[in-house]
Design a protein. Structure first.
Length: 216
C-alpha cells in the first residue's frame, strides 16, 4: 500500500499512521521528522533545511522532492509506505506521480470546532516529550508528567485562535492537491471527528478493501 495522508493540523494523521504502521508493517514517512533528524545530525541536507527553517521559510520543492525520492527507495518501502506532510504543493504531487504509483490519498476531515476541542486540551512535557490530553488522556497528577515529574505545558500552536487560523491556511493551501487526487480518482475522504482513533482506521481499512488496495 502506497498511501498519502492529508488533513488539517490536529486532525490526527500521525495517530492514524502509527496504528496503520504497527498493523501492516509499512513505514510512516514524515518529511518533518526527516528534516528534524538531519538538522540534529548536522548533515549537509540538515544545514540547508536549517537555513530555511530559521528564516521561517518553507523548504523549497526541489529539496523536499529529493528527500522523498531517496527515502522511498529504501528497502523498508518495498511493501509500501504512508507519506505524511508530502506532497504540500501541486508541484510535489506531480513529482510524486513520476516516482511511484500512489494507491490512494486519504483526506482526513473534521470540523474546526472538533479539532480545536481535541488540540486545545493537549498537554506536552517539555522534558521527555510525553503527550497528554486533559479529557482523553489526563496525567495521574494534574499538570505533572507521569514519566519524569516535569510541569506540563500547552504549546502556543495549540491555542484555539492559532488552530483556527492554521485550519483556514491548510484549506487555502491544500485545495489544489485535494482536487488533483480527486481528478485522478485516488481521493478517499474519511470522517476523522469520530472517536476513538482505532474506529477511524477501521473505516479507512473498509474503504481500502472496497478499492482492492487492502487485501487482508
Amino acid at each position: 500500500m502506497r498511501l498519502v495522508f492529508i488533513g488539517p493540523p490536529g486532525v490526527g494523521k500521525g495517530t492514524y499512521a502509527k496504528i496503520f504502521t504497527s498493523k501492516y508493517g509499512i513505514p510512516h514517512i514524515s518529511t518533518g521528522d526527516i528534516f528534524r533528524e538531519e538538522i540534529a545530525k548536522g548533515s549537509e541536507l540538515g544545514k540547508k533545511v536549517k537555513e530555511y527553517v530559521e528564516k521561517g521559510l518553507l523548504v523549497p520543492d526541489e529539496i523536499v522532492i529529493e528527500v522523498v525520492r531517496n527515502r522511498i527507495k529504501q528497502p523498508d518501502c518495498e511493501k509500501g509506505f504512508i507519506l505524511d506532510g508530502f506532497p504540500r504543493t501541486l508541484r510535489q504531487a506531480e513529482a510524486l506521480e513520476t516516482m511511484t504509483n500512489i494507491d490512494a490519498a486519504i483526506h482526513f476531515v473534521a470540523p474546526v470546532e472538533v479539532i480545536i476541542a481535541r488540540v486545545s486540551g493537549r498537554l506536552i512535557c517539555p522534558n521527555c516529550g510525553a503527550i497528554y490530553h486533559v479529557k482523553n488522556r489526563p496525567p495521574k497528577k494534574p499538570g505533572i508528567c507521569d514519566n519524569c515529574g516535569a510541569k506540563l505545558i500547552r504549546r502556543k500552536d495549540d491555542e484555539p485562535e492559532v488552530v483556527r487560523r492554521r485550519y483556514e491556511v491548510y484549506y487555502e493551501t491544500f485545495r489544489p492537491i485535494i482536487e488533483f487526487y480527486r481528478e485522478k480518482g485516488k481521493l478517499i475522504e474519511i470522517d476523522a471527528s469520530i472517536e476513538p482513533a482505532e474506529k477511524v482506521v477501521e473505516i479507512l481499512e473498509n474503504e481500502l478493501r472496497k478499492r482492492g488496495i487492502l487485501k487482508s
